[in-house]
Design a protein around this ligand. Structure first.
Ligand SMILES: [Ca+2]
Ligand SMILES: [Ca+2]
Length: 307
């Protein structure tokens, strides 16, 4: 048995040393994702301390992706359940310690910039210290600041219209049917900043099937984005009255829900519909699993609807 001094992960009864990249000789692990596959912390070296992410056998420093900040030393302190949002603190050439938020697309960003520029929040009265913790869903950050600590909701303000142009939002659960969702741009939300690759609709998080060119659908002067999903992939079941769209805009997570009326077009209750998709087939074959999924989907459906 050897010994070591450095970041480690307790796994299945054994303490496992986390790998350190060249140029680092120590560190700390400070946070872990829900599945345990992503660990965050700091790697220490003679020249710098770097916020890092461990995944499998690799250590990856959290990089600045062109935000203009020049970070000297960074420390990751917490990670969201799925590993997509990491928070911590760092020092730059210009400032004392200040909090950052990291995501894969935009890298390290000053939390102050994100709150004031992307979310339009007035935070100039605060002296920021650390971003101490992030909620499991990656949408709420605990910030140590003076004159007092605060909780920042970094949910991107996204408004949607399910089945654009209709108030009843009937979704027919038939084969190969697509359902449209209009995402509204605003002064704060440029729809070009929506990552369509991670958009997910319904309890089964259906991926986007079709993306339209942005156009100003509601005539407010801001471009809107219409996307379409295959109803069979959404997991929406007959009788559902609400559906949610989740994704990321400017790297910030969002989940927004709207009313629907889900019907089995042309089929009586309990009729087996060939190729109808997981949602409907699941309802026939795996009621317990479907219920669990639907509960899970609903419990996360408290997002604000901005219209
Ligand atoms: Ca509608
Ligand atoms: Ca518009």
């Amino acid at each position: 048995m050897g010994s070591f001094d450095g970041p480690a992960l307790w796994f299945d009864g054994t303490l496992v040393a986390l790998p350190l990249a060249a140029g680092f000789d120590g560190g700390n692990a400070t946070g872990i994702s829900a599945s345990g596959t992503i660990v965050v912390g700091v790697a220490r070296g003679p020249a710098e301390n770097r916020a890092v992410r461990w995944e499998g056998d690799s250590m990856t420093p959290l990089d600045d992706v062109g935000s203009g900040s020049e970070w000297l030393h960074t420390y990751a302190l917490d990670v969201s359940a799925d590993g997509s949002i990491i928070v911590g603190s760092g020092t730059s050439r210009d400032t004392a310690t200040e909090p950052f938020v990291w995501d894969e697309e935009f890298g390290l960003r000053r939390l102050f910039d994100v709150l004031s520029n992307e979310l339009g929040l007035g935070v100039s009265d605060f002296d920021f210290g650390l971003a101490l913790a992030v909620s499991d869903d990656g949408r709420v950050i605990v910030v140590l600041a003076s004159p007092e600590p605060f909780i920042a909701d970094i949910t991107s303000p996204v408004g949607i219209d399910i089945v654009p142009g209709s108030d009843t939002n009937v979704i027919e659960l038939t084969r190969d049917r697509l359902v449209s969702v209009q995402i509204f741009g605003t002064q704060l939300l440029d729809v070009d900043d929506i990552n369509v690759d991670v958009l997910a609709f319904g309890p089964y998080a259906a991926p986007v099937e079709h993306v339209f060119h942005p156009s100003d659908a509601n005539g407010d002067g801001y471009l809107d984005l219409e996307v379409r999903f295959e109803t069979g992939e959404t997991g929406i079941a007959a009788g559902d009255t609400e559906a949610c769209l989740s994704g990321r805009a400017m790297g910030l997570p969002f989940e927004v829900c709207g009313p629907i009326e889900a019907t089995l077009f042309g089929f009586g209750p309990g009729t087996e519909v060939p190729g109808c998709g997981r949602g409907f087939e699941g309802a026939l074959a795996l009621p317990a699993l479907l219920l669990w999924w639907r509960r899970r989907g609903r419990s996360a459906c408290h997002g604000r609807i901005w219209r």
